[in-house]
Design a protein around this ligand. Sequence first.
Ligand code: PLP
Length: 414
Amino acid sequence: MKETIQKIRDNLQSLRQYGSPLYVYDYDVLRNRCDQLNDFKKDLEKDLNGIKVNIHYSPKANGNPAIVKAVKEAGLLIDAMSPLELFIDKKCGFNNSEIVYVCNNVDEDEMKMIFESGTLVCLDSISQVETWGKNFPKTNIMVRINPGVGGIGHSEKVVTAGKVNKFGICENNIPELLEIVKKYDLKILGVHQHLGSLFLDDKVEDYISGIRAGLEITKKHFKDVQIIDLGGGFGVPYKKSEKPLDLENVASKLKNELVKFLNDYPSVKEFKFEVGRFIPCEAGVLVGKVNAIKHENGTNWICTDIGMNELVRPSMYDAYHEISLLDEKDTEEITANICGNVCEGGDILGKDRKLKTPSVGDLILVHNAGAYGYSMASNYTGRPRPAEVMLYDDRIELIRKRDTLTYMEENLVW
Ligand SMILES: Cc1ncc(COP(=O)(O)O)c(C=O)c1O
């Protein structure tokens, strides 16, 4: 992050033209995370006797075409969860065999679009499999199971496995699933599971136990599956006290499970992962400015132009992001709440943060904003979503324009 912040300082004059707030991404960091995942893939493959390991990027974390292209250049594969994501994937050069369409509660029209696109679909309920089967009998599908245990996540809202969860098919419903599959002569090419979003070293055991449970379910209920998709969840440190995920440790623990599984289940040809956050998160900084400073009832407030419409994670998940001033200052250090410019009490970026007293107009940085930042941004209270910029080694590129008033007015009916 230090290097990225220095790059922002060095390029400040050029960056100012794109306005505030502004998402800034560091291409080197992005590529480094892709390379780490390539090493993780090789590490796993080494002990899996010719079985392929493929890392798909999940663009729900950040679907900017420049990021999708960087992922493509790094040799990773991709997912899609909506027609726009699929369109972007294909435009960035991914072919059908490199994409999995992981959907959740989609209608027949979207299924038709997926079918016609020729990408492999992953369906996550018996009801969705039935709808697919009625429309497209005798086709290949993947199905998402819920292993019932091993749910992980930085917030309850992003845990996607466990007894009560909207995702996947639980073990006791698999016999019914298999009847529907038979009725429509479908072939289950792959079994998918995703336990939730964000585990670090302290939660690797939970992650592995969820993987183990899913593999057991597959062994018990599904015949001749070729693909096992183990989802995402690879975490990054948001707090200074947290350490980067030890991918070698994850690989070594996973290997044990996968090798054991393959001994009993030889039809598998490929393991997939769907990694979102890990790739763009630490490459991104949200740069905003201080619009007001106040002291009320014993509390200091640093009031910025970064609202919950630009970055919703703190207000939605109580998520922690480091926040710093761009310029080092020699003013008094204060403890303050840092908030945005949206009319909601919950529009807070960080509580009880220690910062040097800023002045109105100073630039303020929200760290690790590259994942689930822009992709969750909105026009709440009629504000434009910010622009996005990529810092390459030799140039700065605007990779998405700020919303314009014309764009925002387009759908209004008078
Ligand atoms: C099905 C699926 N796959 C992959 C991901 C990516 O997860 P993460 O960003 O935690 O790697 C998600 C996100 O929650 C998801 O829902």
